[in-house]
Design a binder for this molecule. Structure first.
Ligand code: AMP
Ligand code: MG
Length: 408
């Protein structure tokens, strides 16, 4: 059996960055910046007020209370038409430019209007008070975001604020997902004996999307070598898939067509990984018509195995191809196990499915969500974490464990 770390190294050694593309910044959400973004503009572009209040000359409000003449009003978006004269104040709204010769703003709460054209100022302010200087968020000419930054909604907003219309990002993998098996039904009709409903592909497609990647549905393929080969060829030659994730057909059964086809047309490593679930795992590359090596991940068919294998092997590799770098990996933490887990020594690390939560004692606690069979997807579906149960005879409640978080 291959240790999980070694299996990952084999996979990662053959998954390289797809490349860099320039995109309109609005399309960059969820992608990784491939080069530094330098601000061409100051943000804010002009000095403006942080509060609703009165623009004043600080010297005029050194002794308070003091009454000033209100000589004008300025809303956000308006251009100043007056200068601050000695003894005067200009009513000003958040975001409006500071009028020339004013050097501070007194917030409205510290003032009292006296008739139409006068205001009583109750507090002194120093020069610069409540003024947001030009460039105080982002200064023109500086690096706002360096290469490797994930474009979050807030990064997107910042890119808009500096007018970065086009940015360079790593290309996201387009991942073709297929399932295999004569027994699989997905039309919602009555099941004949021997048939089951397809569940892996619908799950894997959404896992791919939640990993920040592009999912492409390659459908279900019957256990027939020609049908599978045709579908794979069209995925890499006509559908432009950068990688393929398949489920089923990689273990020791006589009808494991994925194994038969890929052994013939791809450069594969067939692995028995020292873990449970998801021991069988196939990984390799297929050459497309343009001579590009397209990685293919052959996940086992049991639904829980498919999920765990995707999480621990395919997901990080597909994200590394898409530029996610260190962010390709799920968060792992130490947690306190809240129940006994009994197991037998079998040379494998078990990845039990559990629910982890931050508790009042300041620690993350974890318990399993139900039965742990590799076909028991319903219990796994309630989990938000994989619990690493090392080889041996199990763990006791209260033991420290490593958990890997799942989820969007
Ligand atoms: P296989 O890896 O093809 O030998 O399949 C192992 C088990 O997983 C069998 O019980 C299959 O019926 C089941 N299985 C395979 N593919 C799927 C799928 N797409 N959805 C649900 N169950 C599946
Ligand atoms: Mg099968």
């Amino acid at each position: 059996m291959t240790p999980l770390d070694e299996a990952r190294d084999i996979v990662l050694a053959r998954c390289s960055l797809l490349g860099v593309v320039a995109v309109p910044f609005r399309d960059a959400l969820g992608k990784i910046l491939a080069s530094d973004v330098v601000a061409a503009e100051n943000v804010p572009p002009f000095a403006n007020t942080a509060v609703d209040g009165y623009a004043v000359r600080a010297a005029d409000v050194a002794d308070v209370p003091v009454q000033l003449k209100v000589i004008g009003e300025l809303a956000a978006g308006a251009r100043p038409t007056q200068r601050g004269e000695p003894g005067s104040a200009i009513r000003i709204m958040t975001g409006a430019p500071i009028p020339p010769d004013c050097d501070a703003v007194v917030m409205v709460e510290e003032t009292e209007r006296v008739g139409d054209d006068a205001v009583r100022i109750k507090t002194s302010v120093s020069p610069g008070a409540s003024i947001r200087d030009s460039g105080s968020d982002v200064a023109a000419g500086t690096v706002v975001f360096s290469a490797g930054t994930l474009v979050t909604p807030a990064v997107l907003g910042t890119l808009a604020s500096i007018n970065a219309q086009v940015v360079s990002v790593y290309r996201i993998a387009r991942v073709g997902v297929l399932s295999t098996g004569d027994e699989l039904v997905e039309d919602g009709g009555e099941l004949e004996i021997g048939q089951i409903r397809e569940s892996n592909r619908v799950m894997l497609l959404r896992l791919v999307e939640q990993a920040g990647l592009e999912a492409f549905d390659l459908g279900t393929v019957v256990d027939d070598e020609d049908a599978l080969e045709t579908r794979l060829r069209s995925a890499i030659d006509d559908m432009d898939c950068d990688a393929i994730v398949s489920s089923g057909g990689v273990s020791m059964g006589d009808y494991d067509v994925v194994k038969a086809v890929l052994s013939r047309i791809a450069d594969m490593s067939w692995m028995q990984i020292a873990m449970k679930p998801a021991k069988p795992f196939a990984f390799g590359t297929l050459h497309n018509a343009r001579g590009v090596h397209v990685p293919i991940f052959g996940l086992p068919g049991n639904p829980v195995s498919s999920l765990v294998s995707f999480e621990l092997l395919a997901r990080p590799a597909l994200r590394i191809m898409s530029g996610f770098g260190d962010a390709s990996w799920r968060t792992r933490v130490r947690a306190v196990l809240d129940e006994d887990i009994t197991r037998k020594s079998d040379g494998k690390t078990h990845f039990d499915r559990g629910f982890a939560r931050f508790a009042d004692d300041g620690h993350v606690h974890v318990t399993r969500t139900g039965p742990q069979g590799s076909h028991q997807l319903a219990a796994t579906a309630l989990a938000n974490a994989l619990i690493e149960v090392p080889d041996g005879d199990g763990l006791r409640a209260g033991d420290p464990v490593t958990v890997t978080f799942l989820g969007p």
